[in-house]
Design a protein around this ligand. Structure first.
Ligand code: CUA
Length: 315
């Protein structure tokens, strides 16, 4: 048992060391001032104790030097904390280009994950070592939180919107996955494993999946079944905007605004088509809220992404 006891989880991602360094700095500063304040409280209580009944303390008029000191030092310290924390936060919120993508849907009480190649996993996530992975996450019901202590990442997973998180694992192995937001009476059972594999093992694992169908081809099938393809056509007859090349590209709206067609935009356009109408089109698209699950929406998005890629390669 003592060998299993660890004060800190393993460090298994590129960001883990930096998160710990900041954490130790914060603990160090707090500890230093806690000890200093306690020492001074007791020290001064003894040094300036009343020695006789007649003793009266000397009046004090204040000290500019002291005032400046205890304003400037904490100010500098908090600014260091702010700059350090903000830098780390920004680094942690910007996935590198070309990250591997994995789609995550949280529900009471399990994690459902799907890789673009089609492999589905429940409470399990397989990723390759030394490759950045971007998670695109949403919830089917209440707020959950995706927490992998060994990677030092924790991101809330919210119903009705996408949140993202990225990491790059540095060591093959198995790591705990937890839900870190109380989400009902089986919250504590909403746990899983992240398995980090070497490049070759990961390829083998990907190839071994029985599903066969990629997310994009499932999405394409849905695109036909739901009738999307009737209107979103690349020829002029389309009553809706053509989707070739649209992903992550700017889209001009009726209102004059320009938005980027990212995952949240596509999701909104499926569920609430009238929220952002593309310039030159009439708001005739019906909502698909209640007809498509979060997983299906992610598959549709995966399909629309491939349209973008195919289009770009032609240019
Ligand atoms: Cu899901 Cu707690």
């Amino acid at each position: 048992m003592p060998s299993e006891f660890a004060l800190f989880p393993q460090r298994a991602s590129t960001i883990a060391g930096s998160v710990d360094a900041l954490y130790f700095f914060l603990v160090g500063v707090s500890l230093f001032f806690t000890v200093l304040i306690f020492a001074m409280v007791f020290g001064f209580a003894i040094k300036y104790r009343r020695r006789s009944e007649e003793e009266l303390p000397r009046p004090i008029d204040g000290s500019m030097r002291l005032e400046v000191m205890w304003t400037v030092i904490p100010f500098i310290l908090t600014m260091v904390m702010f700059a350090w924390g903000a830098t780390l936060y920004l680094r942690n919120s910007r996935p590198p280009d070309g990250s591997l993508e994995v789609y995550v849907v949280g529900k009471q009480w399990m994690w459902k994950l799907q890789h673009p190649e089609g492999q589905r996993e429940i409470n399990q996530l397989h990723v390759p070592v030394n490759v950045p992975v971007r998670l695109i996450m949403t919830s089917e019901d209440v707020i959950h939180s995706f927490f992998v202590p060994a990677f030092r990442i924790k991101q809330d997973v919210l119903p009705g919107r996408y949140t993202t998180q990225w990491f790059q694992a540095t060591r093959p192995g198995e790591y705990h996955l937890f839900c870190a937001e109380y989400c009902g009476n089986q919250h504590s059972g909403m746990i899983g494993t992240v398995t980090v594999l070497g490049a070759v093992e990961y390829e083998n694992w990907l190839g071994g999946g029985a599903s066969g169908e990629s997310m994009a081809s499932t999405g394409e099938r849905l695109f036909q079944q739901l009738g999307c393809s009737g209107c979103h056509r690349s020829d002029a007859a389309g009553r809706g905007p053509a989707l070739e090349g649209v992903f992550n590209a700017p889209v001009k709206l009726e209102t004059g605004e320009t938005v980027i067609a990212d995952e949240p935009y596509i999701r909104e356009s499926i569920l609430n088509p009238r929220a952002k109408v593309v310039v030159g089109f009439r708001p005739i698209m019906p909502t698909f809220a209640g007809q498509v699950s979060e997983e299906s929406i992610l598959q549709l998005i995966a399909y629309i992404k491939t349209l973008a890629r195919a289009d770009r390669s032609k240019r």
